[in-house]
Design a protein around this ligand. Structure first.
Ligand code: ARG
Length: 304
């Protein structure tokens, strides 16, 4: 199984660097929400209890997205915005079409493009790759036919060469293993049998090198034991906030601030007690599509 590296020619690369001196290292990518909508159901959250498609309030989703953007900027991050493509209703969830990593040899900020499970999202990785290539990111393709949905199912432990991969409805073993090989990291695979937790990022969120927030009910017994053994400080999402508040989809960009949905009130209190600074954000329109803060962003690798 091979990989293909996509380099721009040395000449255009030099021009690119001169034209864009700002570094992408440590930047946060968000997806312009213009095309965001719910026109298909590829996860359980996208349907109402009566089985019809959820409906999006577009003014609200844009306002919620803008608040996420200004929060990232207020925390000191450079924000890149992927332009929206008409008809790609799920493209705003930029966590899924790629997996970012630092090149194991050169340290260059890199992404491995995903293979999306559903036809509705299969154009997204190429569009994201083109955009990131133009920003000076090294773009890598993986030849396996297995599906693999980026940081939706592959979580990096901050500051370590260790990855946790979700084997569920969206990502298969070979795709995850190939990503770990490209990033030169160890991989722990976790089965995801519950359709409500269809991506690993819906039930596990690393906050710092030793701490993670998790939703135990999402995992089989064996996986629970493994996580307890491997993660020094595991904070359990209280009550039903894993589903009702998408608390497992929290995002901690700096080891301190934790961005999470405002509906996860008890989780917010727990994080504050544990010494983190919770930043509640309303992502209710995006939750209807099965996503919250973590999957609305792609964090480019920090300096090594
Ligand atoms: N509607 C999108 C999908 O089903 C939501 C993706 C949310 N992303 C995530 N990493 N949980 O693909």
């Amino acid at each position: 199984m091979g990989i293909t590296l996509d380099y721009t020619s040395p000449v255009s690369r030099t021009r690119e660097l001169r034209r864009k001196p700002a570094s992408v290292t440590g930047a946060i990518l968000l997806g312009d929400p213009t095309a965001f909508d719910i026109r298909w159901a590829i996860n359980a959250h996208m349907l109402t209890e009566s089985g019809t498609l959820q409906s999006v309030d577009h003014a609200r989703s844009r306002a919620q997205w803008s608040a996420l953007r200004s929060t990232c900027e207020r925390l000191g991050f450079r924000v890149l915005v992927l332009p929206s493509a008409p008809g790609l209703c799920d493209q705003v969830f930029v966590a899924n079409p790629a997996f970012p990593f630092s090149d194991p040899v050169s340290g260059a900020p890199s992404v491995l493009l995903s293979h999306m499970r559903h036809a509705e999202r299969q154009r997204e990785p190429e569009l994201l790759g083109e955009f990131l290539c133009g920003q000076g990111v090294r773009v890598v393709r993986c030849d396996t036919a297995d599906s693999f949905e980026g940081t939706g199912d592959l979580l990096t432990v901050p500051g370590q060469r260790l990855l946790f991969g979700g084997l569920g409805p969206r990502s298969e073993r070979v795709g995850l293993e190939e990503a770990a090989r490209v990033a030169d990291a160890d991989l722990v695979l976790l089965r995801l049998p519950d359709p409500r937790y269809y991506h690993l990022d819906t039930c596990l969120a690393f906050l710092d090198a030793r701490t993670a927030l998790w939703v135990p009910e999402a995992f089989p017994e064996e996986e629970r034991r493994l996580l307890v053994a491997l993660i020094p400080r595991l904070l359990t999402v209280p009550g039903t906030e894993g589903v009702d508040g998408f608390a497992g989809n929290a995002y901690c960009p700096d080891g301190r601030h934790v961005l999470l949905d405002v509906a996860a009130r008890e989780t917010t209190a727990l994080l504050a007690r544990e010494g983190f600074v919770p930043v509640p954000l309303d992502t209710s329109e995006f939750r209807k599509s099965g996503g919250s803060v973590f999957c609305l962003k792609l964090a480019l690798p920090a300096p090594r």
